[in-house]
Design a protein around this ligand. Sequence first.
Ligand SMILES: [Zn+2]
Length: 109
Amino acid sequence: MDDATTRRIGGNESSFRRVNETLRAGKTLADASKRFPFRCECGVLGCNRLVELTLPEYEAVRSNPKRFFLIDGHEITETEHVVERRERYTVVEKEDAGAEVAIDTDPRA
Ligand SMILES: [Zn+2]
């Protein structure tokens, strides 16, 4: 996979992360076990699936700018590796050029 493709995929994932940060902003942590729907943060073209996470689960992923959550099987292993598989979602960490894009576009930086 070339650098341009890796960066494009990273850009897609980063834009879903921005959408999710907007969704997150409207929620307060009243009940840590309550699940909220977020956009799947994968780089698969045309994916518009939702993933349910609690706010602590969401925050755990967001605390690392190179990490994204997605539906199991939506990982693109040429540019990211799986760090955690959960019942409802999978966490990936970006590599190389994709990691650079992820860090450059971190909404919490
Ligand atoms: Zn997806």
